[in-house]
Design a protein around this ligand. Structure first.
Ligand SMILES: [Mg+2]
Length: 451
């Protein structure tokens, strides 16, 4: 492991909610919840003001509404968040050729690789400048962790939240990690956490005390060995910029076409499980889940869904494959099914359940990157489709605004822009010809000044 804290982890603060607050002056300082508003909707991101009420990501939306009935509830605008993410990633790439994004708002940077830092002082300076630049370019805040390894840099950025910088001095890692929950370590999700807890292990120190042999007995060779090393703060994983486009996939051809939809679903689950086993055996995780279906007439189609971060979680891959299958017509029978994972990484996000929930939020919101539109809400209310809560609109007379709500043939719009004050609300008929869908405005006008 290197001797200076030159691995940087950036995590934007309450990213989706902060972007919405920056975009909508009337929501600044208020509780804002971004997520799926449909019946199965879950919270993708809650603003810090909403977290005070106990609202957090992955929580069912209905529960959030009970806890914070007066919060603003908005549908995610992934295109908008992606454009901000590109600005942030651009700033990171200016620091180093080794930038490893984990999701839209999170990445590792190897500061030594770009010559941006070589010791603690230079790393600290680079991090301070980065945080200033991110604020200048995007108008948003991000928290930064600096350490000598990826694991510790990520722990540091978590401690730095919100809007902070934390440096973990090389040499102090073991003492710091000791009292922390096992869930702090990469790869320890809820299931592994429960498993360890049943064996009486709840802290990192207790992993060290249990010893490597015990860990291997509990979790198997690869996972047990890896986790023991992490508990000792040994993490040699490099920051990896570009990955070869590889994939892990499994498929089965059936002697007799399968007609029964339930059976097709079960086969897809079985393939998803097999695919995850292969993935784990290779120590990999991936972001894109692919479903392949060859029908009775030999027509073959593939459907894919890209998650916000890599996963090797059986439940996440199963769910994604099942969602993809929902959009495929299998009447007439299928002769081949396959499930694959691509966009491979050797890093798994810790909070896989939250991730799964965010993906569900994405689908619920009707934002689907590939494949067909599967939005429940859209199907239920075709007439309201254009006026999605939180999305931008333009009125010929009143200018730029956003949809505050719609229903019963009416749409209410708040007219404000990122650099205006809080705006006024007006109500229109949904078919008002003066009202049209608009693109989001940049959060910082002349955004790149000073960089
Ligand atoms: Mg974040």
């Amino acid at each position: 492991m290197r001797s200076a804290p030159t691995i940087l982890h950036l995590d934007m603060d309450a990213f989706f909610a902060s972007a919405e607050q920056a975009s909508k002056p009337s929501l600044r300082g208020k509780a804002v919840v971004v997520g799926g508003l449909g019946p199965r909707g879950v919270v993708a991101t809650a603003s810090y003001e909403a977290r005070v009420f106990g609202v957090h990501s992955a929580m069912p939306m209905a529960q959030a509404r009970r806890l914070a009935p007066n919060a603003a509830y908005l549908v995610p605008r992934f295109g908008f968040y992606r454009s901000i993410s590109e600005q942030v990633m651009g700033l990171l790439r200016a620091l180093s050729p080794l930038v490893e994004p984990l999701s839209l708002d999170e990445a590792f940077v190897d500061l030594e690789a770009g010559g941006a830092a070589w010791d603690e002082e230079s790393a600290r300076l680079a991090a301070v400048k980065l945080r200033t630049d991110i604020r200048a370019v995007t108008g948003l805040t991000g928290s930064v962790g600096l350490a000598a390894s990826k694991m510790l840099a990520k722990i540091a950025s978590e401690q730095a939240k919100p809007d902070g910088l934390v440096v973990i001095d090389p040499g102090s890692e073991r003492a710091m990690l000791g009292p922390m929950s096992v869930r702090t370590l990469p790869g320890v999700g809820p299931a592994t956490g429960d498993h360890l807890r049943r064996a009486g292990i709840t802290t990192v120190e207790e992993i060290v005390e249990a010893g490597e042999d015990e860990l291997v007995r509990l979790l198997g060779k690869a996972h047990g060995h890896g986790l023991y090393a992490m508990a000792l703060a040994h993490d040699e994983r490099p920051v990896v910029a570009e990955r070869e486009t590889k994939s892990v996939s499994v498929e089965d051809t059936y002697d007799v076409d399968i007609h029964d939809r339930v059976r097709v679903g079960l086969e897809v689950q079985r393939l998803a499980d097999r695919c995850v086993r292969r993935l784990r055996e290779a120590g990999l995780s991936g972001r894109t889940i692919v479903l392949k279906v060859r029908r009775y007439d030999f027509s073959t189609l593939t459907r894919s869904e890209t998650l916000r971060g890599p996963t090797d979680d059986q439940a996440v891959v199963r769910e994604a494959a099942a969602r993809l299958l929902e959009a495929v017509d299998t009447t007439g029978g299928v002769r081949l099914l396959g499930v694959g994972v691509s966009g491979l990484a050797d890093y798994t996000q810790e909070d896989l359940f939250a991730q799964a929930a965010e993906e569900r939020a994405e689908v619920d919101a009707g934002v689907v990157e590939e494949g067909e539109d599967r939005s429940v809400e859209v199907r239920e209310e075709p007439a309201e489709r254009r006026w999605v809560a939180g999305h931008d609109v333009r009125h010929e007379e009143f200018g730029h605004g956003w949809v505050q709500g719609s229903g019963l043939g009416r749409v209410t719009v708040r007219f404000e822009t990122p650099d205006s004050g809080p705006g006024r609300v007006r109500t229109f008929r949904v078919e008002d010809p003066a009202l049209s869908v608009a693109e989001p405005l940049p959060l910082v006008s002349g955004g790149l000044a000073g960089v």
